[in-house]
Ligand binder design. Structure first.
Ligand SMILES: Nc1ncnc2c1ncn2[C@@H]1O[C@H](COP(=O)(O)OP(=O)(O)OP(=O)(O)O)[C@@H](O)[C@H]1O
Length: 620
């Protein structure tokens, strides 16, 4: 094996494939030279006991500098210190977040801590602050300005902020800082026997790729802090992940399936979890994940809400999901940051009427024109979303035949194929990637210039996440959607979203919207608001003030124009308050996962039905 490929070979004999033991080395372990050389030399990987370079804890900011591998990929001096002048975003640029300055922010809940305007204002600790500088994060983004102080104040949080606006750092920074602060230090995140990992923080995410990405980010942020980050996800051998965890883990990033498996095998315990994060929280409580998440959060050994701190993040938060999520939270703050990508025109949205039979030809024309307009006549990175796994394979083949280098990523591909596709897309070797919704959320791929919805998703939230793969971190991007009669149910919500984002809406699309029978989550609950979502407690309360009874839940920092008059301060809503108006809302909630078992497919029909039930039986 050469370099740090994805596969390790033990007992290698190049001409005799069968005599080799070949095993997969997951990305987060590929920097471990000892692992790779053990694999190359045929030595058992299992013998590599001390591959970690954990810095012993000597109190906050005073951990011993170690030979910890440098996750930032930046030059270090002989002591392992990064040379800050060498640091950057990979392209040597300071990222421009000025586009986010005027974004409207709304908070609700009791005693909301004031936001911070600079990182220096927030007491995150010297080492972490240095890493923030190394990442070239000059100023906190709006979600970071609000979420970090809220989290440091120990409050539960439901945060809805636009795609690409820095939510990962918003939950990683306070957790790393608090773990560094924790005294006395816990036993390096494992029990005395050493085989049971007991993380202090658990970050759950819906896909393997996103878990790996969060893990990589968290490693960068925690460089030389002594805080250890681990990851477990399906599709890769568990024993390698476990070996890594045995060295100790403070922050564990996980997909739910693999985590559950390792809990049941008594290799991970959640009893010391002080911080729980659900990234893409609406997705985690939707589409078949909900029972699993409930099991992990409520039926294992995790401390209950109030004892642990819980933070939920996403760019979209349908109200029904907010209701479910509130079971996991205690006296939480709801934070909304307007959808920057849309509202500031960072993402230019175009919708074209294209019949199914013409889609491929139209795509070809589009790609050819992108190529002509691209720098050095090169195709810019283009992500194409399709509905099914089979369609992804088929379109990828067709593109390759037509001379457009393309990779494909979907749930039927094995982990190695998925990683390979992503890597070759990121590097530009195959500048086109065809994807199902497995790549719709969270993935932060620099320089994606164009997102094409070859098949539109069935719900508007899916559209928001998909187009959010471009126009990230202050950069602009383009999103093109192919629309035809089959997409009529989406028309109204699409027009509203485009209008909100100051996009040019074609007349023909408005006509489709006028004739649309679909009333999506956005139409029904966002009420034309510029915000990415509203705190469902407000609207429930407003309804109850009118129809049932008054109950206080907390103060809103937003102007009275949002209808806050009449709210009392400092109360705490009981989780699941909507149950008062009919237990149907409970069972409606359960519909979210029924019929949506395929984690790679969207089936929003089920939750629309569920929500209709709430509306019909609860409020009318
Ligand atoms: N304060 C900051 N200054 C500069 N860049 C930042 C800052 N915070 C985050 N970034 C960069 O912005 C990009 C997007 O961040 P991130 O992936 O956390 O977005 P997100 O809000 O989680 O998006 P999504 O909703 O798609 O998951 C990343 O490349 C990250 O490094």
């Amino acid at each position: 094996m050469s370099g740090y490929g994805a596969w390790g070979e033990a007992g290698a004999s190049n001409d005799c494939f069968r005599s080799r033991r070949i095993f997969y080395i997951p990305p987060h372990l590929r920097h471990e030279r000892s692992l790779v050389s053990a694999a190359e030399s045929g030595e058992a990987y299992f013998g590599a006991r001390d591959m970690g370079h954990r810095a012993p804890r000597h109190g906050r900011g005073k951990r011993r500098v170690s030979r910890e591998p440098n996750p930032l990929g930046i030059a270090c001096d002989e002591m392992g210190n990064l040379r800050i002048s060498d640091a950057g975003d990979g392209a040597g640029n300071v990222i421009d977040f000025s586009a986010y300055e005027d974004i409207p922010v709304e908070t609700s809940g009791s005693d909301v801590p004031p936001p911070a305007s600079t990182f220096a204002e927030i007491d995150l600790g010297e080492v972490l602050n240095r890493n923030i500088q190394r990442c070239r994060y000059v100023k906190p983004t709006p979600v970071q300005r609000y979420a970090i102080p809220i989290s440091l104040a120990g409050r539960d949080l439901m945060a809805c902020a636009q795609t690409g606006s820095g939510k990962t750092a918003a939950f990683c920074f306070p957790i790393i800082s608090e773990i560094m602060r924790s005294s006395p230090p816990l036993k390096n995140g494992r029990n005395q026997g050493g085989r049971l990992a007991c993380p202090q923080a658990l970050i759950l995410s819906p896909t393997r790729e996103l878990s790996c990405q969060i893990h990589d980010e968290a490693k960068k942020f925690s460089y030389q802090t002594g805080v250890r980050v681990g990851v477990v996800y399906g599709g890769a051998p568990a024993f390698l992940q476990l070996r890594n965890l045995e060295k100790g883990v403070d922050i564990l990033v996980a997909t739910p399936g693999r985590l559950m498996d390792l809990i049941e095998r008594a290799r991970i315990s959640l009893q010391k979890v002080n911080y729980l994060v659900l990234d893409e929280a609406d997705r985690m409580l939707d589409m078949g994940f909900e029972p699993q998440i409930r099991k992990i959060v409520e039926q294992m050994d995790m401390p209950p809400p109030g004892t642990r701190q819980t933070m939920l993040f996403s760019a979209t938060f349908p109200h029904g999901i907010q209701r479910l999520a509130s079971d996991f939270l205690k006296n939480y703050i709801f934070l909304t940051v307007g959808r920057v990508g849309s509202s500031t025109e960072l993402i230019k949205q175009r919708v074209e009427f294209v019949l199914d039979m013409n889609k491929r030809n139209y795509l070809k024309v589009l790609l050819q024109s992108d190529k002509v307009n691209g720098s050095h006549a090169k195709l810019p990175l283009t992500l194409i979303f399709v509905e099914t796994k089979r369609a992804a394979d088929s379109l990828q083949n067709w593109l390759c035949i037509k001379g457009f280098p393309a990779s494909a990523i979907h749930g039927d591909r094995n982990q190695l194929e998925r990683e390979h596709a992503l890597k070759s897309f990121k590097s530009g070797a195959t500048p086109i990637m065809v994807a199902t919704d497995v790549a719709a959320r969270g993935l932060d791929i620099p320089h994606v210039a164009h997102v094409i919805n070859f098949d539109l998703p069935r719900d508007i939230d899916g559209y928001v996440h998909r187009i959010g793969r471009t126009g990230r971190a202050g950069k602009s991007g383009l999103a093109t959607a192919f629309f035809n009669d089959a997409n009529q149910p989406l028309a109204k919500a699409l027009v509203e979203l485009m209008q909100e984002s100051c996009q040019e809406v074609p007349n023909w699309l408005c006509q489709y919207a006028d004739g649309s029978s679909y009333v999506g989550e956005r139409s029904r609950h966002h009420g034309g608001s510029r915000f990415g979502g509203r705190d469902f407690r407000k609207e429930d309360l407003q309804l109850r003030i009118g129809n049932y009874k008054s109950e206080s839940y907390g103060e809103s920092s937003c102007a009275p124009s949002h209808g806050d008059a009449g709210f009392l301060n400092n109360g705490d809503i009981k989780s699941g308050c909507s149950y008062e108006v009919g237990d149907d809302s409970c069972s409606a909630g359960a519909d979210y996962s029924i019929g949506a078992g395929d984690a790679n497919a969207y089936d929003t029909g089920s939750y629309n039905v569920g929500y209709d039930q709430i509306v019909a039986t609860g409020w009318d």
